[in-house]
Design a protein. Structure first.
Length: 273
């Protein structure tokens, strides 16, 4: 992958969200990673933050986003490996058990086949590796039009845990993120339906930063990063792969008067650590 200094695609477009809270999100996600090679599915600022202390490979289906991300990495003196492929349809050719970490930031809810991505990530992770995923929660939240694909599904804790289990992952942590965004989303519901550009034609993302955003940043640093809150705009999960299915006889699930059968569970991967 290569980029040109005259590329009209703005480098900031590779960084994902830049609203309040998202500025603190990459650091928080990277704090959940284990030492070692890291796979990031979807170009985002997490790539640049993770590259400070991990060898990083990023996979994205958009060539322009990858070019912009490489430009940002080069400006910061970081080296990343960029692969332009569709993770839902193409073989990523990453090798088996090659990564200690995988990060999916706002990816699973935007792809028609979430299982295709999760299964490829499962094959790429080492025994004891970590998958860190951020997905959108709250079906009532409306989104402002942007460069990213539209959200086609939203999760709650049960559905996210179920999707991870179906793909062969055991959930280690699951928490809401962006508690302050819930009342803001309700109050700004009508504002989000305004045209994406001002009358002058400048993108909404280039509007001057409001003073109150500094307070929100402080909230995320001092409160949201440290506490688990009961609701939020997003869900963040940390999961580790299982390697094979086994049958587990559980008295509560054996076939009997309730008509239920034995449940299916997973055997953890043997760790090399």
């Amino acid at each position: 992958m290569s980029w040109s200094p005259d590329d009209p695609f703005p480098a900031s477009a590779a960084l994902g969200e830049t609203d309040s809270g998202a500025r603190n999100l990459p650091g928080y996600l990277c704090s959940l990673l284990e030492p070692g090679p890291t796979l990031v599915v979807g170009a985002s600022e997490v790539v640049l933050r993770a590259a400070d202390s991990h060898p990083v490979t990023v996979v994205d289906w958009n060539t322009r986003r990858l070019r912009a991300l490489e430009r940002c990495a080069l400006d910061r003196g970081r080296e990343i490996r960029a692969i332009c492929r569709d993770p839902t349809r193409q073989d990523l050719d990453l090798g088996s058990r090659a990564f200690a970490n995988a990060v999916c930031l706002d990816v699973l809810e935007r792809c028609p086949d979430e299982m295709a991505i999760l299964e490829k990530v499962h094959r790429a992770l080492q025994p004891g590796g970590r998958l860190v995923a951020r997905v959108r929660a709250g079906s009532w939240v409306r989104e402002e039009p942007g460069s990213l694909p539209a959200t086609i599904r939203r999760y709650d804790p049960e559905s996210l845990r179920s999707s991870l289990e179906q793909a062969g992952f055991r959930t280690l942590q699951l928490r809401y993120w962006n508690f302050v965004g819930v009342p803001i989303a309700f109050l700004c519901d009508r504002c989000l339906q305004r045209p994406h550009r001002d009358q002058g034609g400048s993108p909404a993302s280039e509007r001057p930063r409001s003073r109150w955003e500094g307070g929100i940043d402080a909230w995320f640093r001092m409160v949201e990063n440290r506490l688990g809150l009961p609701v939020g705009i997003s869900l963040i999960s940390v999961a580790t792969p299982y390697i094979e299915k086994i049958r587990v006889k559980d008295p509560l699930h054996e076939k009997g008067f309730s008509g239920k059968t034995a449940r299916t569970a997973y055997e953890p991967m043997a760790t090399t650590r």
